[in-house]
Structure formats: C-alpha cells, structure tokens
Design a protein around this ligand. Structure first.
Ligand SMILES: NC(=O)c1ccc[n+]([C@@H]2O[C@H](COP(=O)([O-])OP(=O)(O)OC[C@H]3O[C@@H](n4cnc5c(N)ncnc54)[C@H](O)[C@@H]3O)[C@@H](O)[C@H]2O)c1
Length: 61
C-alpha cells in the first residue's frame, strides 16, 4: 500500500514510516524540517529511513 506520512522526520512520523517500510508498504513523506529542536536529529532519522541529503536536495529543487 502507498501511504502518506506527515512529519516523517519527527518522532512519531519516523517510527511510523519505519514500521510501514518494514512491512513492505511504500511511504511518501512530508516534513519541512523545522527547527523546533535540533534538525540534525531529523536528518539522522531520515538517513535511517534511507533518505540522504542529496536525495532531499533533488526533491527540493
Ligand atoms: N510524541 C508524543 O508523545 C505525542 C503524543 C501525543 C500527541 N503528539 C502529537 O503528534 C504530533 C507529532 O509529534 P512528534 O512527537 O512526532 O513531534 P515532532 O516535532 O518530533 O515531529 C513533527 C514533525 O513535523 C514537521 N512539521 C511541522 N510542521 C510542518 C509543516 N507545516 N509541514 C511539514 N512538516 C512539518 C516537523 O519538522 C517535525 O519533524 C504532534 O502534533 C504532537 O503534538 C505527540
């Protein structure tokens, strides 16, 4: 199933996306990487999901 997860770099969104990917779903994530807390934590979560900075730059361009 293809599922949209908002706040994918956040605490809940990351864990949800991870579980969905592990069970074989396709995840479309949205996150504006706000600086409410350290954005490096968010980038780290996205990296854990297999999304690197280069991919993000390509998406943002
Ligand atoms: N963590 C909890 O225990 C908990 C419990 C109950 C409810 N909630 C609610 O669940 C939601 C997520 O919680 P969390 O702990 O994952 O928070 P979080 O701050 O870790 O994650 C939220 C993510 O949403 C992104 N975001 C915010 N505004 C955005 C926008 N306009 N467009 C795109 N992305 C945006 C942020 O960059 C962030 O990565 C919040 O509304 C929170 O109040 C959380």
């Amino acid at each position: 199933m293809k599922i949209l997860v908002t706040g994918t770099a956040g605490f809940i969104g990351y864990h949800l996306a991870k579980k969905l990917l592990e069970r074989g779903d396709e995840v479309v994530g949205i996150d504006n990487i706000n600086d409410y807390y350290d954005v490096n934590l968010k980038y780290g979560r996205l990296k854990e999901l297999g999304i690197n900075l280069l991919m993000m730059e390509k998406i943002w361009i």
